[in-house]
Write a protein that binds this ligand. Sequence first.
Ligand code: NAD
Ligand code: UGA
Length: 428
Amino acid sequence: MNIAVIGTGYVGLTTAISFAIRGHDVTCLDVDHAKIEQLKNGILPIYEPQMDDAFRQVQEQHPIRFTSSVQDVAQDHPLYFLCVGTPSDTNGKADLTYVIEAIDTLKERIPVSNDHKAVVLKSTVPIGTASRVAKLLSVREDLIVVSNPEFLREGSALVDSLHPSRIVIGTQSAEAKSLMDEVYANFQAPVLYTTWNNAEMIKYASNAFLATKISFMNELARLCERVGADITMVAQGMGLDSRIGGEFLRAGIGYGGSCFPKDTAALVTVAHDHQVELSIVERAMRVNQSQTEWFLQKLNVDDGDWHGKKIAILGLSFKPDTDDIREAPSLAILKQLTGVGAKLVTYDPVASYHVRRLYPAVTYVSTPYEALDQANVAILVTEWKELVELDWTRVHSIMKSPVLLDGRNVWPVEELRALGFEYTGVGR
Ligand code: NAD
Ligand code: UGA
């Protein structure tokens, strides 16, 4: 099938590559000319494991076309997948500016024809948006609106996109259903056909539930510390109950990323607009907002004398295997530690470039050992594999004082204590 993908960010690019792998002819449009030029030259603007190789292969065998001209996509395409950003506005509402701009453009530029074409909303949009978009497109009887939320995770985006846990499709139109059946014919996953509003709600509810699971564990971790329990063991014991499930029970320095913070906020504003209080989600947000501050109390930032001391900050991206720093806990940590007087030295395999623009005074080094050399304390912020599997004897020999703050509960606590480290995790 001929598919146009609008927006070539994490979701648009991943969608385009997986559709091409599954045999579709894909054209990508983005308003960011520099990004399109990069992509035309075979360079991915994001870091995602396996994506470079997959992109190279696709471009050799079944090339995706990239363009910044609407003209190139406004023809011959039965399907338009909208993957533009929906960031938070200042009140936490999802800002639909990019969605509406893209819809206006498609409305004006797609030539009218007798064939039905589907405009598929893959961006995460508040409940009621598909219906609003359908009104905007009501002058175009040939354009059908479909909701098809995306559930991929960064760091495993391509695998998630090629092997989705489920495909949720909101439409009541038989023509759209047959187009969507054809798009996903070569994907093995449960397909759930439903209404626009249900599809949109499923997306927000899924993210809010996962975020709540994490905050539940983070709050419980605070109690574990007081009563002398270990949250990692508690999580293990809880997770063995299949009704609870073992995933997303990892306590740490809080969730970040481009979606949990913004989607929980957007869901709460939708609820307020309808005079409903989502108190559990609101509480989950509040726990998360205070998590880095709670964690840094372990350093006694306010009481200690940090002048002339060095703090090694390990990991900057919001999770491993991505260079995305949107709402990353590392940014909250840098903000809180800037001004305490210590020298802040950070290491991240791929994300330093982005953080440097926000915190130019911080030192960025190219190995974890440079960061740890003569450090008074090391904080693990992102559990990159190479940061989990450090050479501990070497670390012990190069740190000025062997003090470790494990923000992800992944370092081998027994081994470290045996080696003489002073180890503090989260809720253990
Ligand atoms: P992104 O910011 O990385 O990319 C969005 C892209 O859209 C940008 O390249 C931008 O230039 C382009 N764009 C904006 N307006 C445009 C227009 N009118 N025409 C063409 N291109 C335009 O965003 P993302 O992380 O890919 O997220 C996109 C959407 O998918 C969001 O709604 C997000 O919530 C949702 N989502 C994201 C993820 C994720 O892991 N990042 C997962 C699931 C869902
Ligand atoms: C999340 C969802 O998992 C995806 O299903 C969804 O499509 C996506 O948001 C989205 O809508 O954008 P993502 O943000 O890429 O994906 O990454 P996650 O693996 O969910 O991690 C999010 C944050 O939670 C990270 O900061 C991670 O460190 C943290 N986390 C995760 C924990 O603190 N504890 C856990 O047990 C799990």
